[in-house]
Write a protein that binds this ligand. Structure first.
Ligand SMILES: Nc1ncnc2c1ncn2[C@@H]1O[C@H](COP(=O)(O)OP(=O)(O)OP(=O)(O)O)[C@@H](O)[C@H]1O
Length: 283
């Protein structure tokens, strides 16, 4: 069975009177991409800070690689990759040298730098100073740095926010490769399509509470109360049919007469699930 690399039990965090996290529990296994989804201010960054030893919880327990977060020592960072907003690059150093600094610290073979730069499409830019990179290129460089040492757990705070679809796609491919090699990825995102595509499991966070927790597929099916089918016929007419015997008779008729072009079931996406559970949008 896959090992639990992150384990959180009834974790709470209070800032003065404000309860930022309320009794949250979840775990993340090796080779799992876990999506932590919630609107601004719901407690995502606070959770990452607690899990990476930057902030102490008020109550509850959290373990990283089996170690209680209160006992995290410097050496654990050799097994973690952390990508957040403040992942500062050395702006004047080249792409390559930004990575060699970390490769030295983490005892990583320099061959891996070239290997990863090719993967993220930055090999041709390896001699450019970081300050001359576009936002998407910087994001890929930060991610490369976090993956240099093949971390057991990778924390990613909004890894593709504001990036173009091509860059987003290459980052998704990389994350999937990393997951396949056994890394547990803890991902926060506002992007529900990204979460549905990448994550094995997601937790929906609202005002510090986990209000749902399951695979994206299971959640969309659970909230598919009002089942409907969207149909396009050869004559270009579109129909939206409810889940009734009458609809099935119609569909059978169209099928038998080769009139049906496309048919889709209309289960809600994660955005709609969030809206239904909390009554609020995910932005
Ligand atoms: N150091 C702090 N002192 C006081 N309150 C804080 C502190 N850090 C976070 N909070 C509060 O805790 C709550 C959760 O904040 P957090 O940064 O975890 O949200 P988030 O989900 O990461 O939001 P975003 O998506 O905007 O980054 C917010 O109400 C925030 O104001």
């Amino acid at each position: 069975m896959a090992k639990k690399l992150i384990q959180v039990e009834k974790l709470s965090k209070k800032f003065k009177d404000e309860e930022a996290l309320k009794d949250i529990s979840f775990s993340v296994h090796e080779g799992e991409i876990f999506g932590f989804l919630g609107p601004s201010g719901s407690g995502k960054t606070t959770t990452i800070k607690i899990l990476t030893g930057q902030l102490a919880p008020t109550s509850g327990k959290a373990f990283i690689l089996g170690i209680p977060v209160e006992e995290i020592e410097e050496s654990i960072y050799e097994q973690l990759g952390i990508v957040t907003d403040n992942s500062g690059l050395y702006e004047r150093l080249s792409v390559y040298n930004n990575l060699t600094v970390f490769a030295k610290l983490l005892n990583v073979d320099k061959k891996r730098i070239d290997f990863l730069l090719k993967k993220v499409g930055l090999f041709g830019d390896k001699n450019k100073p970081a300050q001359n990179l576009s936002r998407g290129m910087k994001q890929r460089l930060i991610l490369t740095r976090a993956m240099l040492h093949q971390p057991k757990i990778l924390f990613l705070d909004e890894p593709t926010s504001g990036l173009d679809p091509v860059t987003t796609e290459s980052i998704h491919a990389l994350l999937t490769e990393l997951k396949d090699s056994g890394t547990a990825i803890f991902l926060t995102t506002h992007n529900m399509d990204e979460a549905a595509k990448l994550c094995d499991n997601v937790a929906l966070l609202n005002e510090g509470l986990i209000v749902e927790h399951d695979s994206p597929k299971a959640l969309t099916l659970k909230y598919n109360q009002d089942k409907q089918y969207q149909i396009l016929l050869r004559n270009q007419k579109e129909h939206l049919l409810p889940h009734t015997a009458d609809s099935f008779a119609k569909i059978n008729h169209w099928l038998a007469n080769d009139e049906l072009m496309t048919i889709h079931s209309c289960e809600p996406n994660l955005e709609k699930v969030f809206l239904e559970v909390t009554g609020r949008e995910l932005v």
